[in-house]
Design a protein around this ligand. Structure first.
Ligand SMILES: Cc1cc2nc3c(=O)[nH]c(=O)nc-3n(C[C@H](O)[C@H](O)[C@H](O)COP(=O)(O)OP(=O)(O)OC[C@H]3O[C@@H](n4cnc5c(N)ncnc54)[C@H](O)[C@@H]3O)c2cc1C
Length: 376
């Protein structure tokens, strides 16, 4: 097919760029190797009539006005403040850690910010400059919470104990001094009515956009014609045929999603229950019908097991991997007509709003039709 713009990947990055260029009167071809659009945000109605996400629960949250305005053009959003609970010692406690978490775990009756700060002060172990993730957590919350909530969860998530990870990875864990049990604190927290796949259908419904599913770019690239511009949103190491990875592979963590039908109305009391302990191998159970208060006779739960093998989901951000990534990034300079966009091509963990922001920014910096830009 003749097109001006070639886009590899129909996730957030590819779909936003397609929508933007289509509205500049450019003909856009998207190649997507999976059998669906939406990238990792893809959701569908399962056999129990429940809207579930194929690649893990996706909660939208942002403080960015431009992104919020943009996504509101393609979906109606309903407010959804996500909450997570964790099963610890057989009890369900809210996370991030807040006053209610500590009260429930230790049978206390802390009632205000001062008392919570004092409790943390009495329990934390002081490290001026934490050298690793373990010291970072001990410095924040102390030994008991470290053992119960972080040590084994981190091992399950990253296949490394906190002491094997950089302090920066765990320094960011939120600890609240009040009763706020919301998982995120952004200004906008919402879910799209009807799901994310509908949003992508709306993004891509312009007549200038053609999407070829089940098409891996690397299988067809030699038979493609010429394009004004190419945008690539797949893994950067794959693009360069893993040339720097023969001995040093760029690492990603993946997840095995294992769905189960349960023959009762509800399985658990919340959409997401984390399992930070060693008693089970999975990290969490997601029960999707809680999102949007869906009704069904049976329920679907999905257990998540983090693994090294499988689809690349999370870049493993350590010095070693970042060095390898830098070599690929340098190499990309030799391809001025190809733009690397999104999570896997930048080897960064982008939340959805950051992926929207990145794609909009790439479009603004790459589009050379400045006079046209003003029109859309
Ligand atoms: C388990 C999980 C849970 C998440 N939860 C949240 C959340 O709650 N909130 C939040 O804000 N963010 C969440 N995210 C992040 C969110 O999924 C990303 O921000 C978003 O998917 C990034 O979009 P993208 O277009 O960059 O990448 P992707 O969604 O990965 O899209 C890239 C697309 O390119 C395609 N592709 C790759 N290589 C090729 C090729 N060779 N040929 C053709 N097509 C190709 C892929 O199949 C894919 O469809 C989560 C991510 C994961 C993995």
């Amino acid at each position: 097919m003749d097109a001006d713009i070639l886009i590899i990947g129909a996730g957030i990055s590819g779909s936003v760029l397609a929508e933007r260029y289509a509205n500049l009167d450019k003909k856009v071809l998207i190649l997507e190797k999976r059998n669906h659009i939406g990238g990792n945000c893809y959701d569908f109605i399962d056999e129990n009539g429940i809207l579930i996400s194929k690649y893990g629960a996706h909660l939208f949250h942002t403080n960015d006005e431009e992104v919020w305005d943009y996504v509101n053009r393609f979906a109606i959003w309903y407010p959804w403040e996500h909450k997570v609970i964790a099963k610890v010692d057989g009890q369900l406690v809210p996370i991030p850690i807040n006053i209610a978490t500590v009260n429930k775990l230790f049978n206390l009756s802390i009632s205000n910010e001062e008392e919570m700060k004092q409790w943390l002060e009495d329990n934390r172990i002081n490290y001026e400059n934490p050298k690793n993730g373990e010291e970072a957590v001990l410095n924040k919350v102390g030994k008991i919470l470290y053992e119960k909530m972080f040590k084994h969860y981190t091992k399950k998530q990253w296949n490394k104990y906190p002491e094997e990870l950089a302090a920066s990875v765990l320094n960011r864990i939120p600890v609240r001094h009040d009763f706020d049990d919301r998982y995120f604190s952004d200004k906008y927290q919402a879910l799209p009515v009807g799901g994310y796949t509908k949003l992508f259908e709306n993004l891509l419904k312009h007549p200038n956009i053609t999407v070829h599913l089940n098409t891996d770019y690397f299988d067809v690239k030699d038979s493609l014609g010429n394009f004004e511009k190419i945008f690539y949103s797949g893994p950067i190491d794959r693009f360069f045929d893993f040339k720097y990875s023969a001995s040093e592979k760029l690492e990603y963590r993946s997840i095995n999603f294992v769905p189960e039908t349960i023959d009762k109305e509800f399985y658990q009391e919340n959409s997401v229950v984390n399992y930070p302990g060693q008693e089970v191998d999975f990290t969490r159970i997601v029960e999707y019908k809680h999102f949007g208060n869906q009704k069904s006779k049976k329920t679907t739960i999905v257990k998540e097991y983090t693994t090294d093998e499988g689809e690349p989901y999370y870049p493993v951000l350590n010095d070693r991997n970042l060095k390898i990534y830098e070599r690929y990034k340098q190499e990309s300079v030799n391809h001025p007509n190809i733009h690397f966009v999104g999570r896997l091509a930048n080897y960064k963990y982008f939340n959805m709003d950051e992926a929207f922001k990145n794609a909009l920014a790439v479009f603004k910096s790459v589009a050379t039709y400045q006079s046209e830009l003003a029109k859309i």
